[in-house]
Design a protein around this ligand. Sequence first.
Ligand code: ZN
Ligand code: ZN
Length: 254
Amino acid sequence: MKIITLGTSHGDPTYNRMQSSTLLQIDDHAGYLFDAGAGANALMIRKGISLQILRSVFITHQHEDHIGGLPGIVKTITKYPKPDGSPTEIHLPEQSGIDGLLAFMAATYRGWPPELISFKVLPSGALCYEDDLIRVSTIPNKHLEAMVPPRPSYSYLIEASGKRILYSGDLHHKFCDFPIRPDDPPYDLCISECTHFPLEIAIPILKDLPIKKMVFNHVANRWHGAAAEQLFTELVATLPFPSTLAHDGDEFTV
Ligand SMILES: [Zn+2]
Ligand SMILES: [Zn+2]
């Protein structure tokens, strides 16, 4: 099982980081995309990965940097359908995300072939997807809590090949909603954003959590550049498990 951090930037793309999208790939033939920032289809193609492996797409929340790549994903899937004709599921937090995507597809003269794409609104704090390889559950977080009214935002628990993975999505600026608790079963990998909270607040909390390995994505501007990355590396080196700052296109084996 492989994790590929396709796009690792925050709300703005930078000269060397595209917006958030992370692919979980199992046995070369099954892919699951977590968030779909702009250019997510292009980033898969650039890595030589066919979108025909995509079984499901999971969106954490409906900020543009997490869903802006969905039109491209839908276009590629519908233009080059899977040979077996099986659908790709796209999971969004709210019906408004589905409606907006369908309106965009209509405006660009693309239909919505229901046999190729199925859209689903995510349940909160529940199993949202299961197939023969993987189980995915939503964990509500507080990233959009301050909105009026509050909007849904999720982290994901991914269970596959006997491993447990946490995908944080975007979190609260006080890091008060990090979903792993000290008495949880171990997580083989945690993929966490590192834009919305000071790393100095997170590290004392993270160090007591049952995490075997950590990858940071959704990388803030303050961690861009060689000197900043060096400081980041020194800070996370104090954690009792290996931790890496991801770049676009990096691959991690789980
Ligand atoms: Zn974001
Ligand atoms: Zn966000």
